[in-house]
Design a protein around this ligand. Structure first.
Ligand code: ASP
Length: 538
């Protein structure tokens, strides 16, 4: 069975299990509750407050009365410390001081969304499988920085011509800019046409604001730390390249690798060639590591999706359905109009065949919600399935994964207008232009990691004077929409790559899976199975 098919099965299993036996399952008993920090615990229904039992985030349900739930709290050492600091000594049913592991019960008013039921077993299942997805992600992420570094140094050094680099750089950035503005025009246009914000009921709005306000204020706090635009430009040059590599600052790594590649080109002698050869071989080793990590992909993506789907309740999807549909149709339109036409006109490839050639990257983007973590797979797909040269992929893709996020920009456009509509604000033409400009910058500033677009969305809201607390309105479905916008981001980067390759006169072609399997140096099929130590292309 092909790797891609195995990954699809893993995804499906993750989604189905997430719905069936995740924390929000409708089959499992909803025997536990999440408690918002404002929830007050009482000693009996309508009884006296028990302040020392406040502050627990979760509890299990013991019994229920109309409007009241009896819950039991299990004490951890941290809980005991918290209570001790408040100067209270709690005793258990035997009159002994409470020790870790003991349980005490109390009553809470049954108010949604401050008290939210979930399936305890589902939560335990998510918590005990979460490491599988994390392990897979770590294996892939481990390769990202060295792969970008080695491949870019080799790519630039083998270009042999700094003018070609300048030309490709200019075109790539120009294309990124054009497609981002196009994405935003589609998003802003659809949001104005369909007006999803006017379709949310007041009750749903209040529930969303109350349930997700904690998460929203985290995003705003993170956004406040974002540096200014000028600082970002200066920050591209690393004062300590090892620090840039160690910290995984992608733009700094790209800049240093490019400068090192250019310097090696200027040296133009055998010893410089030797350095490039060593980097080239290390790059091959990184590619092989990606293939080894991808063996874990079917189980890894299954575990990642189990967690995401299990933690997202269907009710949130219902409440935000129209908003989600506007974002998704915008992404689809952008994909087929902007990228479809670009691929069709600029290359000899059919768009569907092109999507088929990058399918492993698509499922990776979808299940990891990270264009950075997907980068090694995107690179492999473009080189091995579309025959793009490593020089082109190693320049265009890392740059794209860092600054080109059309899916993110489109979503930010829709989200900003959606939130403004809910707050009953009329957006003028000038406001709409401000959204396009600020979301372009915000998408460039967003890192290729899960949820980054939501953090920089705070910038867009501030620019048009919409309260940033409004982020709470969309937080519930953000992780799900992130999967789709990341997949769009990755298609955008791959489109830019084939466009640049074809402008440089490269001969692109689709490699079939059968060809992949026959050739251990190509594609995601068979490279390890052939037991081949070498990944030298041709
Ligand atoms: N997760 C997205 C990416 O990695 C960024 C975002 O929109 O949050 O491309």
């Amino acid at each position: 069975m092909q790797l891609y098919t195995k990954i699809l099965i893993g995804m499906l299993v993750g989604v189905v299990l997430g719905l069936l036996i995740g924390p929000n399952s409708s089959i499992l008993p909803q025997d536990s509750v999440h408690l918002a920090s404002s929830v007050q615990v009482y000693d009996a229904p309508n009884g006296k407050p028990s302040p020392s039992l406040n502050g627990f985030k979760t509890a299990s349900i013991v019994s229920e009365r109309p409007d009241w739930i009896e819950v039991s709290f299990q004490f951890s050492s941290a809980d005991l410390m918290r209570i001790k600091t408040a100067g209270v000594t709690l005793t258990n049913s035997n009159g002994q001081p409470v020790s870790p592991g003991d349980e005490l019960s109390g009553w809470v008013a049954d108010t949604q969304p401050q008290v939210r039921r979930y399936a305890g077993i589902g939560q335990t299942l998510v918590e005990s499988t979460v490491w599988i997805g994390q392990l897979f992600l770590a294996m892939i992420k481990m390769v990202v920085v060295p792969l970008v570094f080695f491949s870019l140094v080799v790519g630039i050094a083998s270009l042999g011509d700094v003018r070609k680099l300048g030309r490709m750089g200019g075109r790539t950035l120009g294309f990124f800019m054009m497609t981002t503005v196009m994405a935003l025009s589609i998003g802003v246009g659809l949001a104005n046409l369909i007006k999803p914000g006017t379709m949310l009921s007041d009750a749903d709005r209040d529930t969303l604001l109350a349930s997700y306000s904690d998460g929203a204020s985290n995003s705003v706090a993170n956004a406040a730390e974002a540096p200014s635009f000028a600082d970002q430009i200066v920050g591209i040059v690393p004062s300590n390249p090892i620090g840039a590599l160690a910290g995984g600052d992608m733009l700094q790594v790209i800049f240093f690798a490019m400068m090192l590649g250019i310097a090696l080109t200027f040296l133009k002698d055998d010893r410089a060639d030797l350095v490039v050869d060593v980097f080239d071989r290390l790059n091959d080793a990184m590619v092989m590591l990606v293939h080894i990590a991808m063996k874990l992909a079917p189980v890894g993506v299954g575990a990642l999706l189990f967690k995401v789907v299990g933690n997202t309740g269907l009710s949130v999807l219902m409440a935000l359905g129209v908003y989600a549909v506007v974002v998704l149709s915008g992404l689809l339109a952008h994909m087929f109009i902007t990228y479809g036409l670009t691929v069709r006109i600029a290359t000899s490839l059919s768009f569907l065949a092109f999507l088929g050639a990058i399918k492993e990257a698509l499922v990776m983007a979808f299940s990891t919600s990270s264009s950075s973590a997907t980068l090694p797979v995107t690179k492999g797909c473009c080189e091995d399935n579309l025959n793009v040269s490593a020089e082109t992929t190693s320049f265009v893709l890392p740059l794209g994964a860092t600054v080109n996020m059309d899916g993110t920009a489109l979503y930010q456009g829709v989200a900003a207008i959606f939130i403004a509509q809910i707050y009953g604000m009329d957006l003028s033409m000038a406001d709409q232009v401000t959204i396009v400009v600020s979301a372009t910058l915000a998408s460039v500033g967003a890192a290729g990691v899960p949820g980054a677009g939501m953090i920089t969305l705070a910038m867009v809201l501030t620019a048009i004077g919409v309260p940033t607390e409004g982020l709470a309105l969309i937080l519930g479905v953000d992780r799900i929409l992130d999967m789709f916008r990341t997949a769009t981001n990755v298609v955008g980067d791959s489109t830019a790559t084939v466009l640049m390759a074809s402008l440089e006169g490269e001969k692109l072609r689709i490699m079939s899976d059968a060809e992949d399997a026959d050739n251990p140096n190509k594609g995601f099929e068979g490279r390890l199975d052939h037991g081949q130590q070498s990944v030298d292309a041709d």
